[in-house]
Design a binder for this molecule. Structure first.
Ligand SMILES: [Zn+2]
Length: 403
């Protein structure tokens, strides 16, 4: 007997199917006319009535412990980050850092819960969550997120990144705190090499993270080259270090906005290197005036995702943890408007994003975990246009939102 049968589900390729879920996985996906009377077989039945069913959403990059802190920091950092060609990005990070002196689990944890409740509502069930760990924040943000992660286990999966937001060489003591965060339960080694004052320091920063990840069998995720300076080269440093430390396919480069300003020969060189290293990329074009050349990276076959990045923090005032909203914004900022590009947008927040995060089997295929959204619209264009909460959100074969 099925745990859940979804009738009349329209897949992105246009087929209308019945989806039979057992033990949390897709047991059978068959043409809608091809199944026996479902009421006799399934514990629960949902009728999608021809509306679109997609994989659940994956948020490739999120600053999770900072959500809803904008009222505490004011607009100064926001202005510095987004002005001109992002020359003030480093100043912005320094201004935003002030909030960390007030870090306290009593207000961080409710904020994180609110952001994860939004994630469930919008079908965002996997998140690469960056948490600041440095000599200002200490381990308070990390303790908060790790505690809330347990509460949401089975609904939202967090890959928690120990993230030295203010640098490692600039912020002496941050490396030891990150190592402690990993012992406490963080999953991924973080980094932000571009913020260091010299290329030598940036290299040492990347080397620390990748050697640690390699020694402990972890993944790495970094913020790289996050300003409008075409001479920034920490993305390449990360890819090289992944090759050096046998981290093939286990690294993620976020932001990487400077790549949009690279001259063609530099970009080509980087693309070749990233391909060899299996480096994945996450872009969030709505949170800054520059962005990764996403279209080019898709054409080159590199793993790319979109990220929510921020929800009402010092860098971005909006955000609902709604990856369809992120995709809708990206449609305009990246010029992804054709039917093929609309499909790409969906993939950038579902299947391609899962590839970037190293999540196995995030596809509506038999045998894979049944994590999906049943939308209220039939066509991809309408799902993007309305970017509404799905009608139902299914996690491991169980309805966890909607209805
Ligand atoms: Zn970010």
């Amino acid at each position: 007997m099925s745990d859940l049968l979804i009738r009349n589900a329209r897949l992105v390729d246009g087929r209308v199917v019945s989806i039979d879920i057992r033990d949390g996985r897709y047991a059978r996906i068959a043409d809608a006319s091809d199944v026996r009377t479902p009421e006799q077989e399934a514990a629960d039945v949902l009728d999608a009535d021809g509306r679109l069913v997609t994989e659940s959403f994956v948020n490739g990059h999120m600053h999770l412990e900072k959500v809803y802190t904008l009222p505490m920091v004011g607009d100064e950092a926001l202005g510095a980050y987004t002005a001109g060609s992002m020359g003030g990005a480093m100043t912005s990070i320094e201004l935003a850092s002030a909030v960390k002196r007030q870090y306290d689990r009593s207000w961080i944890e409710p904020n994180v819960r609110r952001a994860l409740d939004e994630a469930v509502r919008y079908g965002t069930l996997h998140v690469l969550a960056f948490v600041d760990v440095d000599t200002t924040a200490g381990l308070v943000g990390m303790e908060s997120v790790l505690a809330v992660r347990e509460e949401y286990r089975g609904r939202v999966d967090l890959q928690v990144v120990a993230f030295p937001q203010d640098g490692l060489i600039r912020d002496e003591g941050a490396a030891e705190l990150c190592e402690e965060a990993l012992r406490m339960g963080a999953d991924v080694v973080g980094g932000i090499p571009w913020i260091e004052h010299t290329d030598t320091d940036a290299y040492a920063h990347v080397e620390w993270a990748c050697s640690l990840a390699s020694a402990q069998g972890r993944r790495v995720a970094m913020l790289v080259d996050d300003s409008g300076d075409p001479s920034l080269r920490t993305t390449g440093m990360l890819a090289e270090a992944m090759l050096r430390h046998d981290l093939l396919g286990r690294g993620v480069a976020c932001h990487a906005r400077a790549l949009g300003t690279y001259p063609e020969p530099s970009l080509l060189r980087l693309i070749g290197l990233a391909r060899r290293a299996g480096l994945g990329f996450v872009s969030d074009p709505h949170t800054g005036p520059l962005h990764l050349p996403v279209r080019r990276f898709i054409d080159e076959g590199l793993p790319v995702a979109l990220g929510q990045d921020d929800i009402e923090d010092a860098y971005y005032p909006f955000g609902r943890h709604n990856m369809l909203e992120v995709a809708f914004l990206a449609a305009h900022l990246l010029g992804f408007l054709s039917a093929v590009e609309q499909r790409h947008l969906l993939e950038l927040v579902t299947t391609r994003a899962a590839d970037v995060l190293g999540l196995p089997g995030h596809r509506i295929h038999e045998g894979n975990p049944a994590n999906l959204c049943i939308h209220d619209q039939e066509r991809v264009v309408d799902v993007l246009r309305e970017h509404a909460a799905p009608q139902w959100v299914v996690r491991d074969g169980h309805v966890i939102a909607g209805g």
